[in-house]
Design a protein around this ligand. Structure first.
Ligand code: ASP
Ligand code: MG
Length: 421
């Protein structure tokens, strides 16, 4: 049995959904396949914008964002379903109307993050419904299931923690039976609490969903179909020459995600590595090419990897009386960062200060500074970039530093990190 995941870019218009159906026919295989879909195109971002508009009570913006969501999905339906399109369009409109009801009701009824999950989850729900309707019209045997009824989580809204034991028993109860009959289609990114509330697993979490299903059912492999040929050693939008990794070890892939590679969701690797289930990253534009295979057998690559994170902020803490920032002080800073769910991308200690580099999130940065303002003088520098180079050598490092205003340079083993303006 295989698990296939299709992300937003591989479901962004009618042509991509047709392509997906062809991929399922060609590679869905005989041994059963779970297909995990995320929201179509940039729908999750659009839903976040809709929420923000509602939060700030900007009625015109709410109407505008909602209309964009309606237009996008209705156009896609029109392009995809010839004579059945009015029928499907009506069904999708019901979901969109329901989305609006949830948007209105949620604001007063629940806390902000739960409201987020309730609203943003419509992206995946609508996506799976459209995909389902298309696949059955292609005579592909498929059953649509609600991920929230199988991926059991706690109620950490927007970053729900999966209860693997409960999830395993729910999944094993039903899904093997359906897999004998055809494809099982479900939503990525979504889970549900015991009392039936929808949760989300963190942005870009659909890869993780695929890994959860695979791990619970001991799948042969997970294939993530993407708009890139596989895992590349650098972002082709930023680097002229990029190369494809044919294979990677789980460790190497996990390290790359740690440093900010966005090709796979960081949480995806662990459940698969624990069960030695290969993760294949493959092109949906050129499905016959092999892509990248991440597995126990993956060799350590012999070419460097470059990972850039933008929107970095350097936050520096020093004591008001010029005393050193001791271990206790650092402990306090780290605990506060952890409480606010910041991940430290780089840190540095000097005689009179302790600094961290984190992803810039406006509201949270304010909170961080408020929390620690009593004990520390705090300063920050915005709009920085962090470049991590794995398997660096000195000539390469010199080349990468040229023309950049470097603020921090750190080298650990064969990995270099450069923070620059
Ligand atoms: N649709 C969600 C997002 O854009 C989850 C995913 O695509 O993996 O974050
Ligand atoms: Mg997405």
């Amino acid at each position: 049995m295989n698990v296939f995941k299709f992300g937003g870019a591989s479901l962004k218009d009618a042509a991509s959904i047709k392509n997906m159906a062809q991929i399922l026919k060609d590679y869905g295989g005989e041994s059963g396949c779970i297909v995990v879909v995320s929201a179509m195109g940039k729908t999750t971002n659009a839903l976040e914008q809709l929420l923000n508009a509602a939060k700030s009570a900007k009625e015109e913006d709410v109407a505008f964002c909602f209309q964009q969501l309606v237009d996008f999905h209705q156009k896609l339906v029109e392009d995809l379903f010839e004579h059945d399109s009015p029928l499907i369009a009506n069904q999708i409109q019901l979901y969109l109307d329901h989305l609006m009801v949830s948007l209105r009701a949620g604001q007063s009824e629940m806390e902000a993050d739960q409201w987020y999950d309730k609203v943003v989850s419509f992206g995946e729900v609508i996506s799976s419904k459209i995909t389902y309707e298309y696949l059955i019209r292609q005579s592909i045997p498929v059953r649509l299931i609600e991920a929230k009824n199988y991926i059991r989580t706690d109620s950490t809204w927007r970053d729900a923690k999966v209860d693997f034991e409960l999830t395993a028993s729910l999944v094993k109860n039903d899904i093997p039976f359906w897999l004998e009959k055809g494809i099982v289609l479900t939503q990525g990114f979504l889970g549900g609490t015991v009392d039936g509330h929808t949760t989300t697993l963190g942005r870009e979490g659909s890869d993780y969903s695929a890994a959860i299903f695979a791990s619970v059912l001991d799948a042969e492999a997970v294939t993530v179909w993407k708009d890139v040929p596989g895992v590349l050693n650098a972002d082709p939008k930023r680097f002229n020459e990029v190369r494809l990794f044919d294979e990677l070890s789980y460790e190497e892939a996990a390290e790359m995600t740690f440093y900010g590679a966005t090709v796979i969701h960081p949480k995806t690797i662990k459940p698969l590595a624990n069960k030695s289930i290969p993760l294949i990253v493959r092109s949906f534009i050129d499905p016959s090419s092999a892509g990248t295979r991440i597995s126990t057998l993956g060799k350590v690559p012999d070419i460097p990897a470059f990972i850039i994170k933008d929107q970095q902020v350097l936050v520096s803490f020093s004591r008001k009386d010029l005393s050193f920032v001791g271990e206790g002080g650092i402990g306090q800073i780290l605990t506060t960062l952890d409480t606010l769910h910041f991940k430290i991308n780089l840190m540095q200690r000097s005689a009179l200060s302790f600094s961290v580099v984190i992803d810039h999130r406006d509201e949270k940065l304010n909170l961080l500074e408020q929390h620690l303002a009593k004990q520390f003088n705090i300063s920050h520098r915005l709009n920085l970039h962090l470049l991590t180079i794995k398997r660096v050598h000195s000539a390469l490092l010199t080349e990468m530093k040229a023309g950049k205003k470097i603020i921090i340079e750190q080298i650990h083993g064969s990995t270099a990190q450069l923070l620059f303006e």
